[in-house]
Design a protein around this ligand. Structure first.
Ligand code: 8YV
Length: 317
């Protein structure tokens, strides 16, 4: 008999879905109108869960699945899973570390360039007919250079490092903060986030959000300063969003490139009309390449967990 798998988020790669369907009875909770009723009806049969990094799984849902053997997070953020709780139940939790690194770092650079060079504002100027109405070269203000700007990276995991590598190619001096200095890195370690913000033209968030909620507040934004740019490809909750909106409205920082938000898909509307703000719909890993590699890792985790083996890279067992 095929094992029953509960899937909490869509997987957008048809080949991965086809393999899941071939191997398992798939219960796609996101397709169900009455999720609670569906869980009550099928919870007892479930032996594996697939969820997204942002979605995770609640302890209450874990408790409603008595036969659960493995939780495979289709992402690298595990802040929405209570890892200590899973550990206490002997439940393996896996993530897709390494699969999305390049694409997330690429998007960070894309946001940095888009904000500094106001690429989206320029695009809107052309497509809205603004250029035809006002062909004067001064119709748009001058933008700003990215090359050579001081880049500060918050969180030097795989993604932080990949961003640093790319920013270095733009001749950007790089500094970072993390829980500790890392001996294998050629970049300057700054233990205090406030100091890093003061020392940066572009502050990039690439940290895990587990214990870092609200670290980017009014004081940090003030330290980043009037010419500073904030980039977030990690988690919205790293930022006090009201402080960020205020800092942008009042010109206390210059701009922001944001892929993630506190209450997705709700984005503060005040950000919509700002020329030096570029917004994405949590898309940093949303490429065919990353999502295929992530799907492969999810498939491997399920197979290992259901076979009673410790899944490779389990964070809890
Ligand atoms: C994904 C993410 O959008 O890796 C993460 O933690 O948030 C994202 O890459 C998400 O997990 C896709 O399901």
């Amino acid at each position: 008999m095929k094992p029953n798998i509960l899937q909490l988020n869509p997987i957008l790669v048809p080949a991965i879905n086809a393999r899941l369907d071939a191997l398992y009875v798939m219960h796609r909770l996101f397709e169900q109108a009455d999720k609670d009723a569906y869980l009550r009806a099928h919870g007892a049969s479930i032996s594996g869960v697939i969820t997204g990094g942002h979605t995770g799984i609640s302890n209450a849902m874990i408790d409603s699945l008595p036969g659960l053997k493995v939780i495979a997070v289709n992402g690298v953020g595990t802040d929405a899973v209570d890892l200590a709780y899973a550990r206490s139940k002997g439940l393996p939790v896996t993530a897709t570390f390494g699969a999305l690194t390049e694409d997330v770092a690429d998007l960070a650079i894309g946001l940095m360039l888009s904000v500094c060079r106001e690429i989206c504002a320029g695009h809107r100027f052309v497509t809205s007919g603004g250029w035809q109405r006002n062909p004067h070269p001064g119709a748009l203000p001058l933008s700003h250079r990215l090359s050579g700007k001081r880049v500060g990276i918050v969180g030097m995991g795989k993604v932080g490092r990949a961003i640093a590598q790319r920013a270095a190619a733009f001749n950007c001096p790089i500094a970072y903060t993390d829980l500790r200095a890392m001996d294998d890195l050629p970049y300057r370690f700054v233990p205090e986030l406030l100091q890093l913000a003061r020392d940066s033209d572009v502050l990039v968030l690439a940290a895990a959000a587990d214990r870092a909620q609200g670290i980017i507040n009014a004081a940090v934004l003030d330290a980043l300063g009037r010419d500073g740019v904030l980039i977030n490809i990690a988690r919205g909750k790293l930022v006090v969003e009201d402080d960020l909106v205020q800092a942008l409205q009042q010109g206390l920082i210059a701009g922001a490139g944001l892929d993630v938000f506190v209450d997705e898909p709700n984005v503060p509307p005040a950000l919509f009309e700002m020329d030096r703000v570029v917004l994405q719909a949590h898309r940093a890993s949303a490429t065919v390449e990353s999502r295929t590699a992530m799907g492969e890792m999810v498939l491997a985790s399920l197979a290992q967990g259901l076979a009673g083996q410790r899944p490779e890279g389990s964070l809890t067992t």
